[in-house]
Design a protein around this ligand. Sequence first.
Ligand code: SF4
Length: 496
Amino acid sequence: MNILLVYPKYPVTYWGFQYALKFISKKASFPPLGLLTVAGMLPDDVEKRLVDLNVSTLKDTDILWADYVFISAMVVQKESVREVLQRCQNLGVKTVAGGPLFTAEPDAFNEVDHLILNEGELTLPLFLKDLANGNPARIYTSDQWADLATTPNPVWNLIDQKQYSTMNIQYSRGCPFNCEFCNITSLYGRIPRTKSATQLITELNALYDSGWRGGVFFVDDNFIGNKHKLLHEVLPALITWMEAKQHPFAFLTETSINLADDDELMCQMVKAGFDTVFIGIETPNEASLLECNKVQNKNRDLIACVKKIQHFGLQVHGGFIVGFDSDNAGIFDSLINFIQQSGIVAAMVGLLNAPKGTGLYQRLASEGRLVEGFSGDNTDFSMNFIPKMERSLLVNGYNKIVDTIYSPQRYYERVRVFLKEYKPCKTTAIPVTFNQVLAFLKSMIRLGVFGRERVYYWRLILWSLFKRPDVFPLAVTLSIYGFHFRKVFKKSALEI
Ligand code: SF4
């Protein structure tokens, strides 16, 4: 049997880093980890190929080669999903679909032949068994959570790693918190499920043996959901492994803000090779934090927490939201000031949306405030509910935030605020690559000669070169990120 795994295209988004990737001659940020893991669950005698539409094209001959086309996708990839499904239908090839998009809205995909919903470790084996017996059903679901010990290694040889800037890996699923707008707990539960240190090291060895050196993203919903296991089992093993392998990877992940409460945890993460964390800060407005049940962010000095994390050697990328019922017209300036003071360079500010399966979705449905329009990209000015604040005021205020924080002056100011606070760890030993040198040269031309940020760019480059050479590569990277963020938000603003 031939199975073609297809990863649909995602649009230009904040997280896609498409404009930045051009500087380092890469086509996508991350490979499709879900499909690579699904490939590991398929029987050995199945022929497998993978086409990631973010790095290559899907030919009719690829589809016709397959007995089944497997698709996995997030909501933001919906448009490309429809196209792929249509092509498979036209060519008479059966489709099998799973992942967050299909689990959230199975009824919206009548054209799919087989839906493998919820966690693949539980539902895919049922489908494969029925398929082998010649009677596969249309839908497979489960109300259980998978044991991650059963998750196989991703099949890395199905992709060309050179097309991606960063590899990814998963250590845990689920999150102990329960923010009202977040669908993680409905998809993966509130009790974090984790892999053992041995399993994680086996996966890292496989990634190492595949030849990869560089960034590795732990795609966990909240990496520190089980702090005890991290501190006593996983991070010590990771530190030993990284030392033995001479620090081949730099890790980034997602955590909650209570990381700042644990000095030992931050120390160990940095020692293990983590240099960046994404944290959902959401808002400086206490009433909005209460409204969305973001209890871990309440009653604390959020800026001090961010600075503490930066001081330990971790760059903080932050997620922010406007459009809560408790927001008033003052939120826009207050958020701008917060972001500038915090030195969160990569600040993803989005309009509140209500994904299916969340408490927010239920509440808004009961209040009769839901509307169409959930795109999965909360930076594209879309909203799927009627906000309390007048919508034009909200959209204008949102526009003002992104226009301000990504203006060259304010952006580069913020980079300096961050770099002054940041104490990078000196243990990572990833050599400078030709692509990185090329990226610097491209940045000199694109940003330093033609960019409207050229004055600020050169000030930062010269400052870091002479005053903080230890952060010079990061200063170049952040300059390139700034270019991407400006272009993404400009594009979104033009499209509304
Ligand atoms: S902390 Fe993050 S992952 Fe956890 S429920 Fe809140 S938004 Fe979701």
